[in-house]
Ligand binder design. Sequence first.
Ligand SMILES: Cc1ncc(COP(=O)(O)O)c(C=O)c1O
Length: 365
Amino acid sequence: MTSTIELKPSSTPKSAEEREALKAVGGFGQIFTDHMVTIRYTEGRGWHDAVLEPYGPVSLDPAASVFHYGQEIFEGLKAFRTVDGQIVSFRPEANAARFNRSARRMAMPELPEHLFLAAIDALVTQDREWVPEAEGHSLYLRPFMFATQVGLGVNSPSKEYLFMLIAGPAGSYFAGGVKPVTVWLTEDFVRAVKGGTGEAKCGGNYAASFLAQAQAVEQGCDQVVWLDGLEHKYVEEMGSNNLYFVYGSGDDARLMTPALTGSLLPGITRDSLLTVAADLGIPAEEGTITVEQWRDGVASGEITEVFGCGTAAVVTPLGTVKGRDGAFTIGTGQAGPVTLRIREALLGIQTGKAPDLHHWLRKIA
Ligand SMILES: Cc1ncc(COP(=O)(O)O)c(C=O)c1O
């Protein structure tokens, strides 16, 4: 079993000039650093051949299992520069744990946490000049694993896997200020059902969501809101964000996020915000809400704000909600005070402006 990552750095990394030009592009998911980490798994032998190597294509047999039966899982997390110049990642241990929960659900081997973290440390350290300096920018890290065994038999999971880690600079999600999104309540499609793969971060969940997302865009919306798979009634999550509902305002404000029923992704931002809210003295609980309760709560003024949360955008306010039965706007349709306070509090911890009371930052370089 591998315990260290062998370093085989590129002899032709991008020049400082090229790199800085690419970092300045901003955006998300189009530009990648000079290196990647690969670790192989073979049943009976375990994890082996952990290497940091130049970023580049992988060669796979056309009969590799992932192409046919979709055994693939991934994670998403960020490394940033704090105000005192350190490079840190946010709760990577939580991503390692979720990666392994996804692996178990998809009948894939678990990757020991120390290897997951060693891969991140090796890549971010090697490519540290790629970590953007600009406020709100970050280095997005994408660990993933897929089945590589050759053969079309469907009776058992693959016996071979490849873990990879790639990274790329990401711009600020809300360049020019936090803007509320308009969301579409999909009733035609469901993302997940209890007992399915909704709480795993597997590629198939995303493949299954693109049609609903396209429908949301057709309806003039930015994101799709998923309802429960059985009754199409309970609100679950939004695009690649969990949701928080704000009841009341001022000192009486309280938060509710849909409980983890087995079909939602257990977001690390969602989990962090339960703690951040408690730190701020805002009561926060897990619960349930139907679309009808959402609409009525907004109409009566009981629900004052709603926001999405996830690694990419951190906290995103919801403005207008559209569905087959019409549309309604939450509060003023703008980012509300509780949403902004929660957002600032989490960003404060991530950037090192506020104390890291819960030891969420892992120093890399
Ligand atoms: C479906 C889904 N829900 C929620 C989230 C938010 O999770 P996290 O806060 O860990 O990024 C994500 C993003 O990973 C997601 O893909």
